[in-house]
Design a binder for this molecule. Structure first.
Ligand code: FAD
Ligand code: 2HG
Ligand code: ZN
Length: 490
């Protein structure tokens, strides 16, 4: 348990009772929208998927899950909780990786899953308006039918929600092409902690405050976002390389060679690749050889354009040049849709495969690209010196893998341990944040701070910045009921 850095439960919050449950039920159009062990409408097992996180690292103890259907209902719930001093944790698809979406103690879980309608779509401008609880993949499929694409894509797309994406300011696999949500989100509908409904159109650009605020200052109920045209030609290639030095050179060559059609540039090390191969094999997939020559590193390059012949030619030329310059050892180009997806799987399955290898300590960092991989190496040395990790296996740390979004300088380190344990955690943290701070990097490039990194915010934010954030938190949420103990703790 992460307990050592956690503040105690705040006595300022009320403890929920059966009467609170009754009242919450009366605020919803359907009483089924409240599940609680306090009135027997749900068992602890029913609530467990909401209390536990994706990694099975964080375990809340909430006795109440509320699933409103409308913005008005969210407003009524927050107004009531604020009056009663009941703490609330907003929850989307619960795929977050920093313990932000689960209660730390007994906070009421407000889950947006029942708010999942597309409100409108304008096929001329590409402006989509949807409820915050829409699942990313569902919305992207909706847009695909109309020839558009959601400007964000990530491995958790089958479960994560648009509201959760905005709340974490998710980066994902195509940020390099479509930019950050700070640019693509046009407007937000947000319910403030006292129940006030705020519509962000016009005035100060306050919506930016909610993008990446991790559910600490308001609950996002509606999102308006600009969807680009979906590329009609998409291609993917994966290369094997001998060094991290080569990864950087290939990145430069790829940007120069592919220009405007480049839509993703991802990298992973051989340890990550091995985990994925093992996971696929265990899942019953044939053990096929993808590369003649395997490498120390791999990069995945995706193109998205409007003319397949043109794009294929560019990709083929790039492949030849990289081979000629001996920057890559081998390269595989997708020949059809099935291969397109199976090549992407080599990258997208890394988090799941790491999860199969043990209890994963996940770090989501940004430092200048040339320094990125040295953090993984430093981490291996640190764990080796502590007697926890051995090259080739055999230690309590089963594997340390590095991968991420080179295109936006975002490194993921996954440390697969035999179990979550304070002793291991103390060897990793705060060391990992110290080495990031030395490079003036960010300790959370895209996943957010949640409960996991809240104590370490000072490693990448200045005291002035933290003080201003605290003031903003106090202004929006004077009673501190919304997602307490997370992100910026007041
Ligand atoms: P949740 O996990 O439910 O919540 C995340 C945070 O947002 C919590 O603090 C919660 O309180 C808050 N929140 C949720 N909904 C709302 C709302 N409507 N209003 C206000 N606050 C809200 N992240 C990336 O950035 N890039 C990736 O490439 C990426 N890939 C992933 C791959 C996998 C396999 C997994 C499991 C996770 C990945 N993530 C990635 C992390 C995570 O999926 C994203 O952060 C995602 O955006 C979270 O969405 P969610 O709906 O699951 O939110
Ligand atoms: C990814 O890029 C996600 O796959 C998840 O951000 C990273 O699990 C992780 O550490
Ligand atoms: Zn990522």
């Amino acid at each position: 348990r992460f307990g050592s850095t956690l503040p105690p439960r705040s006595s300022a919050f009320a403890t929920a009772t059966k009467e609170h449950v009754e009242h919450l039920k009366s605020l919803l159009s359907s009483p089924n929208g409240v599940m609680s062990t306090l009135d027997g409408s749900a068992s602890a097992d029913d609530l467990q998927p909401f209390n536990d996180d994706w990694m099975n690292k964080y375990h809340g103890k909430s006795q109440i899950v509320v699933k409103p259907k409308t913005t008005q209902e969210v407003s009524e719930i927050l107004k009531y909780c604020n009056e009663q001093g009941l703490a609330v944790v907003p929850q989307g698809g619960n795929t977050g990786l920093v313990g932000g979406s689960n209660p730390v103690y007994d906070e009421i879980i407000l889950n947006l899953g029942n708010m999942s309608s597309v409100r409108s779509f304008d096929e001329v401008s590409g402006i989509l308006q949807c409820d915050a609880g829409c699942i990313l993949e569902t919305v992207d499929n909706y847009l695909a039918d109309k020839g558009f694409i959601f400007p964000l894509d990530l491995g958790a797309k089958g479960s994560c929600q648009i509201g959760g994406n905005v709340a974490t300011n998710a980066g994902g696999l195509r940020l390099l092409r479509y930019g950050s949500l700070h640019g693509t989100v046009l407007g937000l509908e947000v319910v403030l902690p006292d129940g006030t409904i705020y519509d962000s159109m016009g005035g100060f650009d306050l919506k930016q405050l909610f993008i990446g605020s991790e559910g600490t200052i308001g609950i996002i109920t509606g999102v308006s976002i600009l969807a680009p045209k979906r590329p009609t030609a998409m291609n993917v290639a994966v290369f094997s390389l001998s060094s991290y030095e080569a990864v950087q050179k290939v990145f430069n060559e790829t940007k120069a060679g592919l220009g405007e059609i480049l839509s993703a540039f991802e990298f992973f090390d051989k340890q990550a690749y091995e985990l994925v191969k093992k996971h696929m094999k265990e899942g019953g997939e044939a053990d096929r050889k993808v590369f003649e020559t395997e490498g120390e590193f791999y990069v995945l390059v995706e193109t998205g354009g409007s003319n397949n012949d043109h794009d294929e030619e560019k990709l083929q030329n790039l492949l030849e040049k990289l081979m000629e310059d001996e920057l890559i050892q081998d390269g595989v180009l997708a020949q059809d849709q099935t291969q397109f997806h199976s090549l992407w799987k080599l990258r997208e399955l890394i988090p799941e495969s790491a999860g199969k290898a043990g209890s994963v300590y996940k770090y989501d960092l940004s430092v200048p690209v040339p320094k990125m991989y040295s953090l993984v190496e430093k981490m291996r040395t640190r764990l080796g010196d502590a007697g926890l990790w051995k090259e080739g296996g055999g230690g309590r740390i089963r594997e340390v893998v590095g991968y991420g979004h080179i295109g936006d300088g975002n490194l993921h380190i996954n440390i697969c341990a035999d179990k979550y344990d304070d002793e291991i955690e103390k060897v990793i943290e705060p060391y990992v944040y110290e080495i990031v701070a030395e490079e003036r990097g960010s300790i959370s490039a895209e996943h957010g701070l949640g409960v996991m990194k809240a104590p370490y915010i000072g490693y990448s934010k200045s005291p002035t910045s933290i003080e201003l954030m605290k003031q903003v938190k106090k202004m929006f949420d004077p009673k501190g009921i919304l997602n307490p103990y997370k992100y910026v703790v007041v």
